[in-house]
Design a protein around this ligand. Structure first.
Ligand code: FE2
Length: 408
């Protein structure tokens, strides 16, 4: 059974990653920052968590304001380092634990946290900047990371209380995962800073130190605060510390803070804090057995559940089909199918089924009906024709079974 062993709260300002990339460990201006992270890196090296569940925020890098999710859980195999304008940092892509991530997705959604999920999107400095302080990168990252992005950019943000409850739900999910895994929870962001407007450059060390105290002793007091209070005390961007509450909510109430460091060199207060779960020899309490929404679905004949596993397995195929919403891709597919298949990276089997308009075969391979519709429209095939083909019936026979056979 998976078990949470501790948690880390950390700032994620890009300059933390830059300090690593530029080898500033012994630069007097940066040495205090590295010294502050050293005990946390040592703890992680000694305790060797298999997985970090990692609350962070994207900074209009991977997600843009045309579609900005409140909570987004990464369920892919690995995540590239995002290009934020200078090219990606030269550190390895981040490997994930897709089975745990899918379990988290299911448990959280059934626990009434309706998350977005993403597959293979890159992760920006909100994730990777502090990560290089926590884990070595050579020969590779020593463990897996499941990312959970939280919107702290575009109001309405989730409340601090909602973030805390999300953490509690993550604990229930982790503790109901059957595999024996050691999991550490990370929450990033803050501390005080404001980056725009005439108030830019605002910091508040007194508040930061109070926050670092309350996050251990009285997280409920922090969870009760409004976004306006966070912005007044810590700056508009400093309000992103609500992501620490997601980390704290996933820990035991009596988790102990065993280390903290605070450094304010320029515009953003950089803090890191390490929390340990209370010592216990007892196995973790099993999480609640969740009522499955899917019990009985296996018994339905001719039914293929489109779940996260199927979605991940057919990602390239569904990308190709969805891509037919673009006039350029439609033209390429019509004029040179092989070139379109090559661009999409389809397998030989997928190519054959697309060529044959093998609707049922494509569904069995993981195509969503709603991406198949794009291929049908390009092909001049109607939905009744697709449905009849999947049922193995001539169209005329199928239409005779409908209430209004001529309604096409
Ligand atoms: Fe940030």
């Amino acid at each position: 059974m998976a078990r949470i062993i501790g948690g880390v709260g950390t700032s994620h300002v890009p300059t933390i990653g830059l300090a690593v990339d530029r080898g500033k460990q012994h630069d007097p201006d940066w040495a205090p920052l590295f010294a502050g992270y050293a005990p946390v890196a040592k703890w992680l090296a000694e305790r060797q968590p298999d997985v970090l569940v990692y609350f962070y925020n994207d900074h209009a890098t991977t997600f843009h304001f045309d579609h900005y999710p409140t909570f987004a859980l990464g369920v892919g195999e690995r995540f590239a380092i995002a290009d934020e304008g200078l090219g990606p940092r030269k550190v390895p892509p981040i490997r994930s634990h897709p089975a745990l991530a899918r379990h988290l997705a299911q448990s959280l959604v059934y626990d009434e946290f309706d998350l977005a999920v993403f597959q293979d999107l890159p992760l920006d400095h909100g994730c990777n900047s502090p990560l290089t302080m926590l884990w070595p990168t050579e020969p590779d990252w020593p463990g897996r990371l499941v990312p959970v992005a939280i919107n702290v950019l575009q109001h309405p943000l989730p409340t601090a209380l909602r973030c805390y409850k999300l953490g509690q739900a993550v604990r229930r999910a982790v503790e109901s995962y059957a595999e024996d895994l050691k999991v550490a929870i990370v929450g990033t962001g803050g501390l005080s800073h404001q980056m725009s407007g005439e108030r830019a450059g605002f910091n508040n060390t007194e508040w930061d130190l109070r926050f670092l105290d309350l996050i251990e002793r009285d997280p409920q007091a922090l969870a009760a605060m409004t976004h306006a209070e966070y912005a007044r005390l810590g700056g508009t961007e400093g309000a992103e510390v609500i992501m620490w509450l997601a980390m704290r909510g996933a820990l035991a109430e009596d988790a102990r803070k065993v280390h903290q460091s605070y450094y304010l060199p320029m515009t953003t207060a950089m803090a890191v804090a390490l929390f340990e779960e209370p010592a216990t020899d007892a196995p973790p309490a099993p999480g609640p057995v969740r009522h499955s929404q899917l019990d009985g679905l296996d018994a339905l004949p001719g039914t293929y559940l489109f779940d996260l596993e199927r979605s991940a397995g057919a990602l390239q195929l569904n990308r190709f089909l969805h891509g037919l919403t673009s006039p350029e891709n439609r033209a390429l597919f019509r004029d040179s199918p092989d070139a379109a298949f090559d661009r999409a990276g389809l397998t030989a089997g997928e190519r054959r089924m697309v060529r044959d308009r093998d609707w049922l075969g494509l569904v069995r391979c993981g195509a969503s009906f709603f991406t198949l519709e794009k291929l049908a429209r390009v092909s001049g095939v109607s939905n009744p024709e697709m449905v009849a083909a999947m049922r193995g019936e001539p169209l005329d026979e199928f239409l005779k079974t409908r209430n209004v056979p001529g309604a096409r």
